[in-house]
Design a protein around this ligand. Structure first.
Ligand SMILES: [Zn+2]
Length: 323
């Protein structure tokens, strides 16, 4: 399989070729109605060369040649209009005016190239088929009921209704509000389901989303760092996690923590905060657990800049499976 970047560059090439084909067709089309137009094009090409000569050897007057070019261009536009074509009908066609379909602006990747790479990396945000169906519309509140924890009654349904509302608001406005969220709770309390709901809503809104488990994320980054065998897209993923509108790190706490993962986790969290990109973390751990696993500086970032939601209740997964 080819890397997402190679595929994106190939798609840009196809876009350029397609636009060239359209332009060639337009030349034929206009030339058959107004045969003077292709003649003008030949004269324009000659005059362009002459203009260059006047700069070099001053054999002809620069202004004369320039005037002639302007006259030819005006004639061409008039012929196009007279025959019912738009006046820019024969100009180069670009699907992305910013980079003229080259993929780069001043040496940096253009947004169109970034979104093509994203398309090939995530192929829809890296969500599994199963997760694509987990939406707010499909949310089943009947799975949640009151339960007792340490002898106290916990209104699980109420907590879930509130949590869903907060998650919906987050999905609708994380980019404008530059907000972040951490969902914590025991296994099976609905964290991954809610993360999928948020991802799907954000995708519907046209945002870019990348979903990954903490385990997979750090495994990829570590392999890349230490030159181990990685998938074709590891390098692109390593860049993309800094650029994507919403990064979802699922199941934090299930990964092996090393000095490297700790440093890279802080860098991801911190860089995304600085650049105003939103992150959603789900975890079985509470803040103390995260603190034990990672450094104080990570917990303080999360405490300071993340909305925290804690989900309660018994494992709903057996119920989901029985449905
Ligand atoms: Zn572009």
């Amino acid at each position: 399989m080819e890397s997402a970047y190679v595929l994106a560059i190939k798609e840009l090439e196809e876009i350029r070729n397609e636009n060239k084909r359209i332009l060639e067709y337009r030349k034929m089309e206009t030339g058959s109605v107004a045969p003077r137009i292709p003649e003008i094009d030949v004269e324009l090409m000659k005059s362009g060369a002459e203009l260059l000569k006047t700069v070099l050897d001053k054999s002809r007057n620069f202004d004369d040649v320039k005037k002639n070019i302007e006259k030819l261009q005006a004639e061409k536009i008039r012929l196009l209009k007279d025959n019912g074509f738009p006046e820019d009908y024969l100009e180069d066609i670009h699907s992305c005016p910013k980079c003229k379909d080259t993929g780069f602006v001043l040496g940096h990747r253009c947004d169109c190239l970034k979104s093509l790479v994203a398309k090939y990396i995530g192929a829809n945000a890296n969500l599994s088929e199963y997760m694509k169906n987990q939406t707010f519309e499909n949310f089943d509140f009947s799975l949640f009921e009151e339960t007792t924890v340490d002898g106290k009654t916990v209104p699980v349904l109420k907590i879930m209704q509130k949590a869903v509302q907060i998650c919906m608001d987050f999905a609708e406005g994380f980019d404008r509000e530059k907000s972040n969220m951490i969902l914590s709770g025991n296994a099976g309390t609905g964290k991954t389901f809610l993360s999928s709901c948020i991802a799907n809503r954000a995708l519907e809104r046209g945002k870019t989303v990348y979903y990954t488990s903490a385990y997979k994320l750090f495994e990829t980054l570590e392999a890349l760092k230490f030159g181990k065998e990685t998938g074709e897209d590891a390098e692109e993923i390593a860049k993309y996690i800094y650029e994507v509108d919403l990064l979802i790190i699922d199941d934090l706490g299930t990964e092996f923590t090393t000095q490297f993962t700790s440093a890279v986790f802080f860098d991801i969290i911190n860089s995304r905060l600085v650049s105003g990109k939103s992150t959603l973390i789900s975890t079985n751990l509470d803040l103390e657990g995260i603190n034990n696993l990672y450094s104080q500086r990570i917990t303080s970032r999360i405490m300071g800049d993340y909305k925290a939601i804690t989900l309660y209740g018994n494992d709903i997964r057996p119920k989901v499976k029985n449905k």
